[in-house]
Design a protein around this ligand. Structure first.
Ligand SMILES: Cc1cc2nc3c(=O)[nH]c(=O)nc-3n(C[C@H](O)[C@H](O)[C@H](O)COP(=O)(O)OP(=O)(O)OC[C@H]3O[C@@H](n4cnc5c(N)ncnc54)[C@H](O)[C@@H]3O)c2cc1C
Length: 393
């Protein structure tokens, strides 16, 4: 079959649209095939509807991958400043929330509109509600059998994303395609996801659902300082979502409940200043009252500060600085923001995103084994890898 296009992109999400507009701007005939009824659904729901579209401080250290070097080249060539340029050209107002996280002032819709407008201006054809039945390659041409007919091109870009939020169109199709063409797929699991507790660990905290406070979450050598939120089923909030990408069932997870102070120094000072106050009253000054109370019902002895001797105070301080959180699992793909693992980067060129096994086949975005932290990093990877492929197809 003769080529109908120069480039076929499967998946009209962040990375697919970025690849398409970049290739289209180079004068190539590009078709984006999206099986959902509209493109960019995850962009629309991202950042609470305001899309945290990049992180101004993005570095390769903000990503997890079996090969931590893989993301470097693409991230260096398409930086947050490049994407911000496009956002500003489209007069989309934005602001920095915290830690370099850039959000739209008004709505994520503006980012999708911007990407689609750039695609259309570059002559890209976008087909939604189009499912791919089969992919074949012969004589250097990829042929796609879809619900809208057959398409063929010398370049095929797999931009189907990860497994999180199946209700938004997520499928394992990209992984199947990768395997079909001889690629390894590393085991996948949910990342940036709330953790669940079970048994007594859940019962002790379940009625505190909604309580939130800053902690430092630690797993191995990794630590994140931010808010934790207690939920009906477990724990969430930015510090927990971040650490969830590093945690696996059975791993030791610890929380510093007083991340901004030295627990022992502080307890000693409290003992001097208010010897008759009970521990739970003292702790209520640093933690939400109900959580402080629960700590003193289950984990710590509640008595007037003057009744703690030095070793007992030290023990209490050690628990507050290194509180064990016994998680049983995660909420899974249903609520996860990202998928860890995916197409093994060993089989893919880090500068072009092209397969090392099959010339003309590209993988971009989350389908690859590259996963960012919470805070705009995942979109920056989608833009950067999409741009790299769009320049190379
Ligand atoms: C609730 C939520 C909030 C998020 N917020 C942020 C945030 O604020 N900042 C940030 O950086 N990251 C955020 N993320 C992560 C970010 O959305 C993803 O990392 C990013 O969208 C990945 O881009 P992608 O193009 O690789 O995949 P996606 O954006 O998921 O796009 C893949 C596309 O492929 C389509 N597709 C799948 N299978 C097929 C098939 N067989 N045929 C045709 N089409 C197919 C899908 O329908 C989808 O449109 C969030 C994720 C979630 C779930």
């Amino acid at each position: 079959m003769a080529p109908t296009h120069d480039v076929l992109v499967i998946g009209g999400g962040a990375a697919g649209l970025m690849t398409a507009l970049t290739a289209g701007q180079r004068g190539l005939r590009v078709l984006v095939v999206e099986h959902a009824n509209k493109v960019g659904k995850k962009i629309l729901m991202s950042g609470g509807g305001r899309c945290n579209f990049t992180n101004a401080g993005t570095t390769p250290a903000n990503f997890l991958s079996a090969n931590p070097h893989f993301c470097k080249s693409a991230l260096a060539r398409y930086t947050p400043a490049h994407f911000i340029d496009m956002v500003e050209r489209h007069r989309i107002a934005y602001h920095e929330k915290e830690l370099g996280q850039l959000f739209c002032d008004v709505s994520s819709k503006l980012i999708v509109t911007m990407l689609v407008d750039e695609c259309l201006a570059a002559g890209v054809r976008i087909e939604t509600g189009c499912s791919v039945q089969q992919v074949e390659q012969a004589d250097g041409v990829f042929r796609l059998d879809t619900s809208l007919g057959r398409f063929a091109a010398p370049s095929l870009v797999v931009a189907t994303g990860g497994l999180s939020i199946p209700s938004m169109g997520a499928t394992g199709f990209g992984y199947e395609l990768a395997r079909q063409f001889g690629h390894d797929v590393l085991p996948t699991r949910a990342g940036l996801v709330p953790l669940t507790l079970s048994g007594k660990h859940q019962e002790r905290l379940a009625d505190l659902s909604g309580v939130s406070f800053p902690v430092e979450a630690r797993c191995g050598k990794v630590r994140f300082r931010n808010f934790m939120l207690l939920t009906h089923r477990g724990v969430s909030g930015p510090s927990i979502l971040q650490i969830s990408s590093y945690w696996q069932p059975g791993d030791d997870l610890r929380l510093d409940l007083l991340p901004d102070r030295d627990a022992l120094d502080w307890l000693e000072a409290q003992q001097r200043q208010r010897p008759d106050a009970e521990l739970k009253t003292v702790l209520s000054d640093a933690l939400p009252r109900r959580f402080a109370q629960r700590l003193c019902e289950v984990w710590l002895p509640n008595r007037p500060m003057k009744q703690f001797n030095a070793p007992q105070l030290k023990e209490a301080a050690a628990l507050l600085a290194d509180w064990p959180l016994v998680a049983s699992g995660t909420e899974g793909y249903r609520t996860a923001e990202v998928t860890l693992g995916g197409v093994d980067t060993d089989g893919v060129s880090s500068s072009t995103m092209m397969s090392r096994h099959v010339p003309g086949l590209f993988f971009v975005g989350e389908v690859l084994d590259v996963t960012g932290w919470l805070g705009g990093y995942n979109f920056q990877w989608a833009w950067a890898s999409g741009h790299a492929a769009g320049m190379a197809v």
